[in-house]
Design a protein around this ligand. Structure first.
Ligand code: FES
Length: 285
């Protein structure tokens, strides 16, 4: 069992858990992920590491409650425990002295972009972070990113905080404004990563995206996480999760992400039914 030592709710559906997992914390590197199960039987949930503390032996996970498993995970409290955790998994980010690195985090992607920004800055790069969310309530970790970046630019889709618009609007302004950019890292919803990649392709700027396909074993054996990159089949769990954004088949990725939507809906309905039953209520048809 992996005890939860801290829980914080950033927004109605966005939760931070700090979990005791010393073996993962000791080996974690920016860009890697882990897989957990809340209970048995339970779905294996892949989450990119948002942070870790080798001395405390903890890892930090930030997730959005979008399905039954993440909703169950979000129902756990400090002092309770996750059934099992495996990791760190996947290849770490390539951290080199590039020059200027722009780290783009959209929505929940703000969490995994943080350790990448920190590592790129530690390697001697100028780091510009661009973070965005639908609305102000869904933004988090601006302060943590400011501590590891030379500049942090914030945008919201609805204009409720800082400027109104998408992260791609901010990135385009930087590019056309003459900022010399050597590499862009983009993590967030697939549509956002695709939009960033399309934009940077026009300007010939190398772009790395972190893919989030359906995963099961996380060790390259089941094939669930296959993605097409540069016309070749790759397994995101062992060949990624980071890939050249200019070579990813985003349309194929989006289609594969829809495969289990009906099962996911059923699982969510079951969970809601159980929660209502727990409350001692009865559903009247
Ligand atoms: S999750 Fe099974 S091969 Fe990647």
């Amino acid at each position: 069992m992996y005890p939860i030592v801290k829980k914080e709710r950033f927004a109605p559906e966005v939760v931070l858990l700090e979990v005791e997992a010393p073996q993962i914390a000791r080996k974690a590197k920016a860009g890697q992920f882990m897989i957990l199960r809340v209970d048995d039987p339970g779905e294996r949930v892949p989450l990119t590491l948002a942070d870790w503390d080798a001395a405390r032996g903890t890892i930090t996970l930030i997730f959005q409650e979008v399905g039954a498993s993440t909703t169950k995970l979000g129902m756990l409290s400090e002092g309770e425990a996750v059934l099992d955790c495996v990791g760190p998994l996947g290849l770490p980010s390539e951290i080199e002295r590039y020059g200027t690195v722009v780290c783009v985090g959209g929505g929940i992607g703000i969490a995994p972009i943080y350790p990448i920004a920190r590592a790129q800055r530690a390697a001697g790069n100028r780091v510009v972070a661009i973070i965005g969310a639908r609305t102000k309530e869904l933004l988090f970790w601006g302060d943590k990113l400011r501590a590891v970046s030379d500049e942090v630019l914030v945008t919201t889709d609805d204009g409720s905080y800082r400027r109104k618009g998408f992260v791609t609007d901010v990135l385009k302004e930087l590019i056309v404004g003459g900022e010399r950019i050597d590499v862009v890292y983009a993590i967030g919803p697939v549509v956002m990563m695709r939009a960033v990649s399309h934009l940077t392709l026009d300007y010939g700027i190398r772009t790395i995206v972190s893919l989030n396909p359906i995963m099961m074993d996380g060790t390259g054996m089941c094939g669930a996480c296959r993605v097409t990159v540069d016309g070749q089949t790759k397994f995101a769990c062992v060949d990624g999760p980071e890939f050249d954004g200019h070579k990813v088949d985003f349309v194929g990725l989006m289609k594969r992400q829809q495969i289990y939507l009906s099962q996911e809906k059923e699982a969510m309905e079951r969970l809601i039914g159980l929660r209502i039953a727990d409350c001692g209520l009865r559903i009247v048809a």
